[in-house]
Design a protein around this ligand. Sequence first.
Ligand code: FMN
Length: 360
Amino acid sequence: MYKLIKPLLFKIEPEKAHGLTIDALKTLQKFPMLYPVVDQLFTYRNPILAQTIQEVHYDNPVGLAAGFDKSCEVPKALEHIGFGAIELGGITPKPQPGNPQPRMFRLLEDDALINRMGFNNIGMNKALSNLRRHAYNIPVGINVGVNKATAYAERYQDYIKVLDTFKNDVTFFTVNISSPNTENLQNFHDKDEFSMLCQALTTFKDEQEVNVPIYLKLTSDMTLDSLKALLPAITATFDGVMLANTTRQRDGLSSDNKIEEGGLSGRPLFERNLKLINYAYQQTNGKFLIIGTGGIFSAEDAIAMMRNGASLLQIYTSMVIEGPGIVKKINKGIARYLQDHHYDNVSDIIGLDVKNNISS
Ligand SMILES: Cc1cc2nc3c(=O)[nH]c(=O)nc-3n(C[C@H](O)[C@H](O)[C@H](O)COP(=O)(O)O)c2cc1C
């Protein structure tokens, strides 16, 4: 069906098309009696895909990445698209409009998008009341950002404010230091700034008894050396690492829109992120949770990310380009692969290529 809608949707300016999609999902949320039909269309269930990680049950490893539902407007509808988990946000303490439009661009020849949204969202309090409208049957996480107007030295407190606000309402958090669209946010990748952030988060976690996992999302633009330098603090502070957010690189692109500023997502990210995942898995001896994101378009991509060390996955751009049916397609393909190769469970393939010393 998406094949029929896609030519029309892609004639519309990307952010408008995104808004229409959100409206359609809002309409779905008004008619919960339709959920069984939507489940039937989009959800693939197979126990071979289920895992329990850090006491959280995941029906399947394919999650929705942050940025699709920035203000927690349609989480219940998204649950019925077949994801194993959904991440909402990025949420900031105060509402903010984000960067001027246009700020989202299609690069169809490259199966990619560029965005410079700039954490547009309704702010943590309203987002929380949106989230509380429903009960959820899958893990729901919040991606945490900072307000553009917050003084540089106070930024780490923005993370803490959002964590504090949502701590009893989510399954996990992702601290996002990797958006390229908030000036100097990526400075948190510098060792000293990172260590201050880690200290503040550790104090907060201890004092407030945060009982849900907190993950860290890094940029795709980091080198293996800089990843290595941060890993001790990452493993001491966080419960997992998400590799990785968008890139500023524009190598090898064909689409005219490659000149736009912002973060590039989609297929061109895949190889870069696979390397980061492989390296992080090696360096942590497979003992630290890795969530893989960036350019996953097929079951083969998903399997490669898992074999290189990712226990869970997230997608965004491939769903925009291929439609929501991609979640089922990827899950079905992973299950078929596991069955064909006589694995009992999806967790059996995690890190296999690293253990077998196959370089990514
Ligand atoms: C329009 C758009 C907005 C995004 N917003 C966020 C965000 O708020 N926080 C975040 O951590 N990542 C954000 N991302 C990055 C995605 O969550 C994802 O990590 C990245 O796009 C790579 O995955 P993909 O290639 O499957 O899209 C955004 C991506 C896009 C395309």
